[in-house]
Design a protein around this ligand. Sequence first.
Ligand SMILES: [Zn+2]
Length: 242
Amino acid sequence: MSTKTSLLRLGNMSVLVVRKPIKNLHLAVLPPDGKVRVSSPLRLKDDEIRTLIATRIPWIRKHQATLLAQERQSPRKYVSGESHYLFGRRYRLDVEVTSGRPQIYVKNKNRIVLQAGPGSSPKRREQVFKDWYRTALRPVLGDLLEKWSNKIGVRPASWGIKRMKTRWGTCQQEAERIWLNLELAKKPFTCIEYVVVHELLHLIEKKHNERFLDMLTDYLPAWRSSKEELNRFILASEKWNH
Ligand SMILES: [Zn+2]
């Protein structure tokens, strides 16, 4: 079957278009990282496809939210074949048994290798992962805080990384302390940067009022797409006639 693939951009969404001899358009939102793919009849032009996808954006967002909820509920087992994320990239986990100290490293750009003792529990492996994420995240946050403290002209008295269930970051204005979520290690740099700038601005303005949003937009004009991306995970597919 003759197919031709191309990329289309719709706002901040990038859509893979696969043209082939079929009758109807088929839209799919692919796990695990939510890429949007459209299979299209050969005759449809880019603009026609763009228009059709635009009408489906609420549907796409709805399924993104559903998947995010599922993602949060399904605990990782830390076994070979699972997907794990570092700075927005997806890696396949390979578990190797070792008698030495447990360790993790990235291999060949698409693998995360976890060396763990025989019979180590998922809880123990999770702890090794957490330590690894923390080690990876700390210098990234340190650099971003330095860069943006200089730009904005405010500096936290202290900052730290911790696990939080419902927030990406918090700012204790009186203590001038910023906490950032360990989970950010899984997210793209642009998302991490958004959270850092957001929390730094809370040193100036406590509320999410107009003043706050104006400053945020001044410093990071694309903050809304970073915020969306932070909360995006997708699993969906549908066919429609046109
Ligand atoms: Zn806030």
